[in-house]
Design a protein around this ligand. Structure first.
Ligand code: SF4
Ligand code: SF4
Length: 435
């Protein structure tokens, strides 16, 4: 037997934790047993079977040891396939416009003035929705509105698509699941009333760039008009109507501190409502992604948010195999306002980068074998194949894998930094044992 490549042994509360990122099991051993284990890791597990047969048996029963012939990466591959090739579900994302009422400095997208859906594209999308809802055996059909800002032309452009989607879901016994990624500025009572009238509860991701002034430095309507207070009011409107909102905090080393104060803006709302319908999700602005001590400030702010009973998530606890990005999944597509089709929402939506298009019959045509190429992109990066947190990290996402496919360079989303990986392991153990 061999020691699983997904094991990590780290000091934990005066003991040592032995954690496996594939099985999500953890055991705690005292320092003497850790010494025995270290020797066995060095000399081979057969030695352990002789020296300490009960410990060997226990490690084997708990799957910290695996048979010598087992290729553990294949086990991760199977799991990834099971998730990403699942055809029970379809996730359709629509960018109704590539224009936006804000201009955040880090925004990766090229804003296209005046871009919006026209009647022809709306008709094609509606045919695509009709066909997808009719797929035999489909159990989940989710719709996501992205952009640009998806609420710019809500009434004229988005409602016709939503009407079709909701009606098709209802006709086929599917639950309409709608999600908006929006800056939240244009939400109003009429918007809420539309969904109330349809008896649908959409979910929201609304971005804030830190607390008050910090946010307004980035997200403003004009030089002297920020957006913070209006967005907070709109979030209150949503959660008072039982619409769940995830506040995505785009943090940098400059704005992360004090971000926990955002939760105080909701002090006029019953704690039970806030705890049920509001949660925080911290994401570092990728242009600011240095390996520094910002995580300490992050942890402190997250702790303060969680003390109020509101969940705060961070990327410090990835689960990217079971919860892989929508772009990694075969049954997902992003339709742009002009009918171009993409998979990933974190890159330019320019025509040269499109992966396909929506044809006149409302079918997606994938170009240049793009879909299959993406589905085959993972498991080619050398460092991932021997990495102990591969079952959590998934080697990053399919977009990253594609971008490095032609390159001779290896990559690691954590820059190969073992300390960062160990921090993830520690967070996972905390989640499992609760302390
Ligand atoms: S960059 Fe990766 S994780 Fe982000 S949307 Fe694209 S595929 Fe998904
Ligand atoms: S990207 Fe880095 S952390 Fe992730 S699996 Fe690959 S080597 Fe491991």
């Amino acid at each position: 037997m061999k020691f699983s490549q997904f094991n990590a042994v780290i000091p934990y509360s005066e003991k040592f934790a032995v954690y496996n990122s594939f099985t999500q099991r953890v055991i705690f051993i005292d320092p003497t047993l850790k010494e025995v284990l270290d020797a066995a890791i060095h000399e081979g597990m057969d030695e352990l079977a002789k020296v300490h047969p009960t410990f060997h048996q226990y490690l084997s029963d708990q799957e910290f040891l695996v048979e010598d012939h087992v290729n553990e990466i294949h086990k991760v591959k199977d799991r990834v396939r099971m998730v990403d090739e699942n055809i029970d579900s379809f996730l359709l994302t629509i960018n109704p416009s590539m224009n936006c009422n804000f201009k955040c400095w880090y925004c990766y997208e090229t804003h296209v003035k005046g871009s919006r859906l026209n009647n022809d594209i709306i008709a094609r999308i509606n045919t695509f929705i009709f066909r997808t809802a009719n797929i035999k055996g489909l159990k989940n059909f989710n719709l996501s509105l992205f952009g640009g800002e998806p609420l710019l032309y809500f009434e004229k452009d988005v409602i016709p698509v939503l009407d079709q989607y909701i009606s098709q879901c209802r006709q086929h016994g599917l639950k309409p699941v709608i999600h908006f990624t929006t800056n939240g500025y244009l939400i109003d009572q009429a918007f809420v009333d539309y969904f109330k009238g349809k008896d649908v509860v959409p979910g929201f991701q609304i971005t804030l760039d830190g607390y008050r002034e910090k946010h307004d430095e980035v997200r403003y309507v004009s030089a002297n008009k920020g957006s913070y207070f209006k967005i907070i009011e709109n979030i209150k409107l949503l959660i008072r109507n039982a619409f769940p909102v995830q506040i995505r905090i785009n943090y940098t080393e400059k704005n992360v501190d004090g971000s926990h104060l955002i939760v105080n803006e909701f002090s006029d709302i019953a704690p039970s409502i806030i705890q049920k319908y509001l949660r925080f999700n911290y994401h570092r602005v990728w242009q600011d992604g240095k390996h520094d001590n910002t995580y300490l400030l992050l942890e402190e702010n997250v702790r303060k948010v969680e003390e109020t009973g509101v969940t705060a998530l961070t990327h410090e606890s990835p689960n990217h195999v079971y919860e892989s990005c929508y772009a990694d999944k075969r049954n997902s597509a992003v339709i742009n306002f002009n009918g171009d089709v993409f998979k990933c929402t974190a890159r330019d939506f320019t025509q040269v980068k499109r992966e396909g298009y929506l044809d006149n019959e409302g079918d997606i045509v994938w170009e240049n074998n793009s879909l299959q190429r993406r589905m085959n992109a993972k498991f080619k990066n050398k460092p991932c194949l021997s990495c102990r947190i591969m079952p959590l990290c998934n080697g990053g996402c399919s977009q990253l894998a594609i971008e490095f496919m032609e390159s001779v360079d290896d990559y690691c989303v954590y820059s190969g930094n073992e300390n960062e990986k160990m921090r993830i392991v520690k967070n996972k153990i905390k989640e499992i044992v609760g302390v």
